[in-house]
Design a protein. Sequence first.
Length: 492
Amino acid sequence: MPDDYLDQSEIRREKLRRLQTKGEDPFAHHKYARTHLAVEVENQFEQFEGQQVSVCGRLMAYRGHGKSAFADLHDPSGRIQLFAKLDVLGEGRFEAFEDLDLGDILGVTGTVFRTRSGEVTVQVQDFTLLAKALRPLPEKWHGLQDQELRYRQRYLDLIMNREVREVFRSRSRMIAAAREMLTERGFLEVETPVLQPIYGGAAARPFTTHHNALDTQLYMRIAPELYLKRLIVGGLERVFEIGRMFRNEGIDTRHNPEFTMLEAYQAYADVEDMMALTEALVCTMVQAVHGKLQCSYQGNEIDFTPPWRRAPLLQLVNKATGIELDQLQDDEHARKAVASAGLELGDLTGMSLYHILDKTFDRYVQPELIQPTLVTDYPVEMSPLAKRKPGEPHLTARFEPFIGGEELGNAFSELNDPLDQRARLEAQAEARLAGDEEAHPLDEDFLQALEYGMPPTGGMGLGIDRLVMIVTDNPNLREVVLFPLLRPREGD
């Protein structure tokens, strides 16, 4: 830590000690009666000109001019200029104003006027120091350019960068809009367990923990799907949940082990209904931020206007690679076909046909799916919880939405045949024994629930974080997650 930083911190602590000695402890205040936000004063100047207002926020700039001073006060709505004069405040209070530091939090009462340069300003009549910043803020352009520092100390990032604050306001508006839309359509918001005795609902490795009182191993959920389907069995015909999921996987610009999902289930609906619901949800969330159904993402103009393009998975792979993977006889034939075609998929040793299909799609198809696309008709082997497609029993009534080259979710006509479901989960259990760590474990209670009867049901899941990336034009997931998981620093 630089010596000048330590010196500044000590100077600020000495200022605090002097204030406390005089009985003016800034931390003794419990509240402040703000009358208006900065943006309200700015936008309604004609109404407030010459009137007294009380504003509060963080001091972010100071410009002294002898017997007067200008300062910038930032609040959640933006910035308002302050003007302090010696002959208005008096010598003691003006000196106290001059003694403030950038980063201090204060409340200001004063009259509204416009300067000769045209800037709406509050002339300070009185002020209250509400919190003393004991550490100096980083310098705007040089002190907070380290991306990792921004993520580790997000509070500094939010203080210094208004555009970052706007990203998270947009995220909040998107989630609120989705919640409102689903509620208006008769969906009931519910909560399901984060700690589960058996995890399921996705192909992923879980985080494992131990419950001391019960002396049992538990898992942090990788998806809420199987619990939400239990609620459908129980008669709650339209349910949704917005919550955190946890998958013990790698970390990169598109993956964080902790992420937010929206999942919704509707009885007596099918995959076509889920397509319409997905389009409507995404459009509602985009509209909440942009006021229209178009936005720019990494140089591409995205148009979300429904209906979106629909394209079968196997046709997309065949067009991109020339290989008809669904026509191959077994895993060995698939590995040979990929190798002879020169596809770059890494080590294929022991890889199954359907793992090869998945990797081929990720490598050669997904990056090209810029405009909203619903990829359909996934093989049964890749979809253990989806119903078979009528007339094509080797495929499922499933789709995944892709936008901007990003996978955003998963949806299908839910499998409600308990016998078929048991057979598929047993096959998954065998795959786990063979070494597939992401295969589904067998959930006996879920299978018993299906045996009581689940109506035909459509279900969908939508990744909130990646959608926020696209809507706010951020290529890195860490830019849209307030506190992303990071590798511990040496010495922490």
